[in-house]
Design a protein around this ligand. Structure first.
Ligand code: ATP
Ligand code: MG
Length: 361
């Protein structure tokens, strides 16, 4: 069988993005040849450094190359300017828009049992990424009692349906992978729809109803997918009391944003948590952390969030076996706990963690 070549765009961005994205490239190059996969890499610019040099944070060339020449991509991190900077806006936000990456997918997995959370946490938050309050249609006006500001919260059937469908697919895929790896997983594939339709009956009501309809499709029902729902405030409570109870959570943009960061706190360092920006047929893996200027250049950035983001990207490129290989090597490194970076309480450098993970590949 001829090896398949996947073309991957590499956008390190700023700060520790430049230290962790090369680690992402190395893990792809270390995948065993028996998987029949080859990779070609294209280095691409974006970020605050790019903005300072060229006046644009996201060059058109980066977007064009991603569209025309790449199957997937890895994005490191970008620094946000500390003072408002004219003409600068976040390149990853723009990239999501221009490539219609309508989902932000964030898996959260615990390393080891703790007294607070004795059962393993292994869940995924699927956040809608194009609408809700983030359409940024705000206005301010004067009244006799002072200023009033308003923002539009927009929810559409189209966006709610496609995000719920993606959540359903992720839940089924996880179920398949779980069954393939431990064979005895008692967990059923479940999607929990999160909303506040008791108060916002039209907007969140539409999200809830549309998501439900999407998840009731025959292909999900036939595969045994369980549909669950939670009002967002009680979701927060339960997520922090019993995170092990959850599988896939789907939410409109704002609730998804808040739940994602909250859930990341359940498992310790930001340096562990991956994400993917996903559209139809394209995925960008992106660690959840920022550019971490406080540790930049010291060679101690935790590469795990990036390695997991690489695996997540591979899942969306339908390379489940390759993804599983990376997850396994990372989990082994963490559970042995011999080579951990300082954010995890260890003393290892990025390079030492990489050598340990690569050895396990
Ligand atoms: P930015 O504006 O780019 O988000 P920030 O100052 O908010 O930068 P973050 O990257 O969000 O920094 O990180 C928050 C904290 O977590 C910092 O103290 C940082 O050092 C730490 N941190 C983040 N990512 C990692 C990582 N991969 N390895 C080790 N520590 C990390
Ligand atoms: Mg930050």
């Amino acid at each position: 069988m001829a090896a398949r070549t996947l073309r991957i765009g590499l956008i390190p961005g700023d700060g520790i993005g430049r230290e962790v994205i090369p680690a992402g490239r190395r893990i792809l190059e270390a995948l065993p040849a028996s998987l029949g996969l080859k990779f070609s890499f294209i280095d691409l610019d974006a970020g605050f450094e790019t903005f300072k040099k060229t006046g644009v944070a996201l060059p058109d060339k980066t977007v064009d190359t991603l569209k025309k020449e790449c199957d997937g991509a890895l994005f490191g991190a970008v620094s946000s300017p500390t003072t408002p900077t004219k003409g600068y806006s976040s390149p990853i936000v723009a990239l999501r828009k221009r490539l219609d990456l309508y989902a932000n997918v964030r898996p959260v997995k615990s390393v080891a049992p703790t007294p607070a959370f004795p059962d393993p946490i292994d869940l995924v938050i699927v956040r809608e990424n194009t609408e809700d309050l983030y359409v940024k249609e705000e206005k301010t006006y004067d009244t006799p009692n002072g200023k009033v500001a308003e923002a539009i919260k927009r929810i559409s059937e189209h966006a709610s349906s496609r995000i719920a469908t993606m959540a359903g697919e992720i839940a089924l895929r996880r179920h398949r992978v779980r069954n393939a790896t431990d064979g005895v997983s008692g967990k059923q594939a479940t999607v929990t729809i999160t909303h506040k339709s008791n108060v916002l009956s039209q907007t969140d009501g539409l999200f809830r109803q549309t998501a439900r309809t999407a998840l009731e499709q025959a292909r999900f029902r036939d595969a045994g997918l369980v549909i669950d729902e939670q009002i967002v405030d009680s979701m927060v409570y339960k997520l922090f009391r019993q995170p092990a109870d959850y599988d896939v959570i789907v939410a409109p943009n704002l609730y998804g944003d808040i739940l994602s960061d909250g859930a990341a706190a359940l498992v310790g360092s930001l340096g562990l948590v991956p994400s993917a920006n996903v559209g139809d047929g394209f995925a960008i893996g992106e660690p959840c952390h920022g550019s971490a200027p406080d540790i930049q250049g010291q060679g101690i950035a935790n590469p795990i969030a990036t390695l997991r983001s690489v695996a997540l990207m591979l899942e969306f490129l339908e390379q489940e076996e390759a993804a599983a290989k990376i997850y396994q090597a990372v989990d082994e490194n963490l559970s042995e706990g011999k080579y951990l970076t300082p954010d995890m309480g260890g003393k290892a450098k990025t390079e030492e963690v990489m050598e340990d993970v690569l050895k396990r590949m």
